[in-house]
Design a protein around this ligand. Sequence first.
Ligand SMILES: [Zn+2]
Length: 283
Amino acid sequence: MVEIKYDRQERIPGWDQTKLSEATVAVVGAGALGNHVCLGLSGLGIGTIKIYDFDLIEAHNLNRQSLFCEADIGKNKAEVLAERLEERNSSIFVIGVDDRIEEDTIETIMRNVDVIIDCVDLISVRKILNYYCIRHDIPMIHGGISWIGGQTGILTRKTPCINCIFPQAIQDTELLEETSCIQKPEPSVVYTSQVVAGLMVNLVRQVLMPLPSDVKISSGLLKIDFRFEVPFYFEPIKRLPNCKCLEILKEVDPAILKLEKRKLRAQKKQDMAEIAEILVKKK
Ligand SMILES: [Zn+2]
């Protein structure tokens, strides 16, 4: 069944489904972007998907959070999304985590993942995620949307961080106004999340399973603005002098990182065996 399921993508030259099936990806935020990113990840056959969101589904989410139905109103977004993905693809393992990402909890709730996908709407949470990624050498796929467009890019230890790319004035406004779609409703449509999510899922695929046809990913953001005749453009990014990311880079010794990675690989083998057992029992 698995072979048949992925037959069409496995026809692409250089495609290695095993790399995707053995990967563990964390999606933070199960809103509009999170819904469409998760749909893409389940289609690719990412073996383990962990979804994090503490929010509940409301009627005004349904126009763009495409995997939720009216009957889901009042339920937790991460848990419903996890159920929906497993209904669509029984060969993958999905966990919905009803929890907030905070500085003092991230180390315990976010363990053993190959890629972290930023589908959140607060820069403060993005910074917590990004600093965690820098500490543990995990690539982070950043994504953000508004009703007129959005942006995406890969952030690693070699690139600038979230703090480098978001101007301080925007960060200050967020802190002052507590901007989020709960406190201050923003205009939003479904198609910007579909476009940006598609680009993000392609970046996840490029990180986990590069193809011979891929071009080298440059350090920068791919931006979309539907007010332009050609809505896509690339914006290079630069590190801010004296940014916190530089401090974190100095804090973590590459030798310790190497050791940590080896430990995680061993732990992951054990996790994969347990997950395989669960999937067999489910069938
Ligand atoms: Zn930085």
